[in-house]
Design a protein around this ligand. Structure first.
Ligand code: DAH
Length: 373
């Protein structure tokens, strides 16, 4: 059989092109589901669809003519598809009553809460010590003078007990309510101080409670809030957070303290140098203040570290024998170390925050700059 001439089939395609234009005109944008379906079936349907039928004629052509014919039929097919897409888009836009929910839209993300930077630091510290087998314990924020001061080798005339520094609580009048005692800020008489109730000024108070309750060995960290009679400024708040660490056992030395602090400070700050500087705390002997090399200048000296190259980060030492005696431990048999670290201070140095008040203002623009969890 002779091949059909190309011109014949192109003429056929042209007829269909005109028919399509006429059909679309006649439909006048009819975008009902039926109209769209019949357009699709009539032109693209696998059985009897115009485009399908035209394509089926391909074998009738000489091989050299097939390409041109195929291109023309494909162009027709593209026009049909475009017309269908337009009608469907118009349908979606008009089929929905105003205000109805379009369930095909992607869902809106539900905002999740965000870990507070102080909680983030707290968790990091807890992780370090949990891995080393420490117990985590919290203690009461309302303390008595004995646990907060006296048993920690701070006698009644110790300056830390001054009302300048400590928030004392008035005894409950009706047995139920506590209030901060107002009035003079002078020294509190010894007799009054001895039985006083106060907001703990440091987590060290829990050293005493823990050792009173459990025999050695001890390996514990105590996170918690502490209170001081300070006015708000860039670096002070009347409430802040600390971690207390306490380890007691046979043969515990300063080297154990140094190794433990190295582990914690490396986990918190990465590759920093740690140095112990002789200091004084009534409840440790010897006592050391601990510095890390300034991350900002890597120890060379800058405004942050006041040109010293070092930043003070915590207080520590070997537990004073008087503290062991107060809790009934035998200082001849056991030794131990303790340390106290401020969570806000860690967070400020770690994240370069220069105003402590930002941690409490709950401004999302500040909080959302920190890791989410
Ligand atoms: N209690 C001290 C403070 O609040 C910190 C501290 C220093 C805790 C030395 C300790 C320690 O356990 O051994 O500043």
């Amino acid at each position: 059989m002779n091949p059909t001439p190309l011109a014949d089939l192109l003429a056929l395609v042209r007829q269909h092109e005109e028919a399509l234009a006429a059909a679309l005109d006649a439909a006048a944008g009819d975008n009902t589901a039926d109209a769209v379906t019949s357009l699709r079936n009539g032109w693209l349907g696998r059985k009897g669809g115009v485009v399908t039928e035209l394509m089926a004629k391909m074998p009738q052509l000489a091989a050299a003519d097939r390409r041109e014919f195929g291109q023309r039929v494909n162009a027709l097919k593209t026009r049909v598809e475009a017309a269908i897409a337009d009608l469907e888009a118009a349908r979606r836009a008009t089929a929905r009553p105003a205000g109805a929910v379009d369930v095909s839209l992607p869902a809106r993300a539900i905002p999740l809460g965000h870990t507070h930077p102080l909680m983030h630091v707290r968790r990091q510290i807890e992780d370090v010590f949990t891995r080393m087998g420490y117990e985590i314990l919290e203690g009461p924020e309302v303390e008595d003078d004995y646990h907060n001061f006296e048993a920690l080798n701070m006698p009644p005339d110790h300056p830390a007990r001054d009302m300048q520094d400590t928030l004392y609580l008035a005894a409950p009048i009706d047995g139920s309510t506590w209030g901060v005692r107002r009035g003079d800020t002078g020294a509190v008489p010894d007799a009054q101080v001895r039985g006083a109730t106060l907001l703990r000024t440091h987590t060290s108070a829990m050293q005493i409670r823990y050792m009173q309750t459990y025999p050695p060995p001890v390996r514990v960290i105590v996170p918690g809030r502490v209170y001081r009679r300070d006015n708000l400024d860039l670096t002070h708040t009347p409430m802040f957070h600390q971690f207390e660490g306490l380890v007691v056992g046979e043969g515990i030395t300063l080297a154990d303290l140094k190794g433990t602090l190295d582990a914690m400070l490396t986990a918190l700050f990465g590759n920093v140098r740690v140095r112990l500087r002789p200091s004084f705390f009534p409840y440790t002997e010897p006592s050391a203040e601990v510095d890390i090399s300034c991350q900002r200048c890597d120890g060379r000296g800058c405004a942050i570290c006041k040109q010293t190259g070092w930043l003070e980060i915590l207080g520590s030492g070997l537990v004073h024998p008087a503290v062991f005696e107060a809790v009934g431990y035998d200082p001849e048999r056991v030794s131990g170390f303790a340390f106290g670290i401020g969570v806000e201070r860690v967070a400020m140095l770690k994240y370069g925050v220069d105003d402590i008040r930002l941690f409490y203002e709950n401004d999302l623009r500040f909080l959302e700059q920190f890791p989410a969890s």
